[in-house]
Design a protein around this ligand. Structure first.
Ligand SMILES: Nc1nc2c(c(=O)[nH]1)N[C@H]1C(S)=C(S)[C@@H](COP(=O)(O)O)O[C@H]1N2
Ligand SMILES: [Mo]
Length: 222
């Protein structure tokens, strides 16, 4: 299948990084079982950072504005296919949320602007059999999540962070933001949102990460 071949290509691009993280997953590294140091807002085993680390497989996809598209397809009544101006013409949505990365850093109070998941759902109308969502990215990264986690009031496809265009290294022009799951679920450089009936692990989910990734349950590794 195309996605598996893409995953292999990604794994080959950073073999040491992927192997190290697979080893961490096997060893259960960073599983502390402890309580968050700053009370309820910091999930167990996380520490707070002020800066915003860059983490990816080292491929910065170059997409010109005229070639950029985002599509919504799979098990939906209405497929969506937006050019950049069409994406920007959707109703604006803003939210402030916290980032929790599986590598144990968290960053509070990130202001996002973009298009809400709820708006995308209202237009695309997933069919009753749709149960999972897969984000596909311009660097061939993929990540999966239950439709119920996508269908939340803090989920969006973001084009701005702290009021400025999302920097390319952080996923610009647009990335997914799913605050209630570890940050590997927040795909950078999103190009396609696919609705499917049966769960299908994405890139890190195939390489030892947890299928769901709830920071409050420390679902780091699968
Ligand atoms: N397209 C794409 N999205 C991605 C990744 C990636 O390699 N490619 N890495 C994920 C991982 S593992 C993390 S921790 C976050 C990091 O986002 P940041 O670099 O903006 O901090 O992006 C996630 N989204
Ligand atoms: Mo990550």
């Amino acid at each position: 299948m195309g996605d598996e071949r893409d995953d292999d290509k990604l794994a080959e691009s950073r073999p040491k990084l992927v192997a190290a993280k697979e080893r961490w997953a096997r060893e259960g590294r960073l599983l502390t079982g402890g309580r968050g140091a700053r009370g309820e807002r910091l999930p167990p085993g996380q520490h707070l950072v002020r800066d915003w680390p860059v983490l990816d497989l080292g491929i910065l996809p170059e997409v010109e504005a005229k070639d950029w598209r985002i599509t919504v397809d799979g098990l939906v009544e209405n497929k969506l296919d937006w050019r950049w101006d069409e994406f920007l013409a959707q109703p604006p949505f803003s939210d402030v949320s916290d980032i929790h990365c599986v590598t144990a850093w968290s960053r509070f109070d990130n202001q996002w602007d973009g298009v809400s998941a709820r708006h995308i759902l209202a237009l695309a109308k997933p069919k009753p059999e749709a149960r999972f969502v897969v984000f596909h990215s311009y660097d061939d990264y993929t990540t999966n999540l239950p439709l119920a986690d996508f269908d939340d009031d803090d989920v969006l496809i973001a084009h701005s962070w702290q009021g400025k265009p999302l920097p390319r290294e952080h996923g610009g022009p647009v990335r997914a933001i799913v605050p209630k799951l570890y940050f590997w679920k927040s795909a950078k450089w999103v190009k396609r949102i696919e609705f499917i009936a049966r769960d299908r692990p994405g890139f890190w989910e195939e390489h030892g990460y947890h299928d769901r990734g709830d920071p409050w349950k420390e679902e780091r590794y699968g």
